[in-house]
Design a protein around this ligand. Structure first.
Ligand SMILES: Nc1nc2c(ncn2[C@@H]2O[C@H](COP(=O)(O)OP(=O)(O)O)[C@@H](O)[C@H]2O)c(=O)[nH]1
Ligand SMILES: [Mg+2]
Length: 281
């Protein structure tokens, strides 16, 4: 059986846990591109996903995944063509990604994952990414306000931070950037897309507008058919820990959607980006 591996990349609060929980609801109950296999062949503990799904079913958000957490859930899946696949889905605090960036150090288990992965899934919540659009104008200003420049020096522009992080990860995975990459595929999910004013622009354009340098970088490193940028709203709206959202009580699997790279109407099949990532080109 095919046992594809994916690497899930996303900092704290990028939407990893809620996507996992909602994906689980879809895989279990709906008829998307990927579904959970019903056979009992693969022993698996889905409880971390069930816990998220349980919170959502009572109309509230799930807890933040603590910094030291690392859980991995084995998802026995079947695709539309009847192919069985076992996918290991990781969930973690997200701080690990920050540490990789800050220390320029990649733990051995991460290195092995990066090397073996069939696909990389990158979650970015655009609203929380800091960019300094006026950096060039400020060059002259900074001479006058030296305190500002100190503050600025410790905060990276999100473009530069993501590009730097991807360069570190590509390097340790032994992937060169001279020729455009066909594998692993890269799917970028712009999370909390319900909070973004996309104005009918397709997700790759939204990324190019908000994080132009990152967009240019991934487009130059990955081959066109091995890269896709999606809008992801796992929940469809913001939920708080003490929310009591009736729509979710009626069934979390009816909430949330993705916008495909070409744009268009939201699609409730949250497994689509994953199906694309796992499909052989
Ligand atoms: N508006 C909106 N908020 C979301 C969505 N998905 C997650 N969130 C919120 O974003 C925050 C971070 O989500 P979480 O899945 O815990 O991120 P993680 O730290 O990467 O696991 C939480 O407060 C969620 O309630 C979504 O689709 N839309
Ligand atoms: Mg989490």
């Amino acid at each position: 059986m095919h046992k594809p591996e994916i690497v899930l990349l996303g900092g704290p609060n990028s939407g990893k846990t809620h996507y996992a929980g909602q994906l689980y609801g879809r895989l279990r109950r709906c008829s998307g591109l990927l579904q959970l296999r019903q056979d009992q062949g693969t022993p698996t503990d889905l409880s971390p996903f069930e816990e998220v799904f349980r919170c959502l079913s009572s109309g509230r958000a799930a807890n933040h995944t603590t910094a030291g957490t690392w859980v991995e859930v084995l998802l026995p899946l079947i695709d539309k063509l009847g192919n069985a696949l076992d996918l290991r889905w990781p969930d973690y605090g997200g701080e690990q990604i920050k540490i990789v960036f800050e220390r320029r150090e990649v733990p051995e288990e991460w290195r092995q994952r990066l090397i073996n992965a069939d696909g990389w899934l990158l979650l970015i919540q655009l609203q929380t990414e800091t960019v300094y659009l006026d950096a060039l104008d400020q060059l002259t200003e900074r001479a006058k306000h030296s305190c500002d420049s100190n503050a600025r020096a410790s905060n990276w522009d999100a473009n530069a931070r993501w590009v730097e992080l991807l360069q570190i990860l590509l390097q340790v995975a032994g992937l060169g950037t001279v020729e455009r990459l066909h594998a692993p595929r890269l799917a970028v999910l712009l999370s909390c897309y319900d909070e973004i004013e996309a104005n009918d622009e397709p997700p790759p354009n939204v990324l190019a507008k908000r994080l132009p340098m990152l967009s240019a970088f991934i487009n130059s490193v990955w081959a066109t058919d091995s890269l896709s940028v999606w809008g992801l709203s796992a929940l469809g709206c913001r939920l708080e820990k003490d929310s009591n959202n009736e729509d979710f009580i009626d069934g979390p699997e009816n909430q949330g959607w993705v916008v495909a790279p070409e744009g268009g109407e939201p699609d409730s099949d949250l497994s689509r980006p994953l199906a694309w990532l796992l499909e052989t080109p």
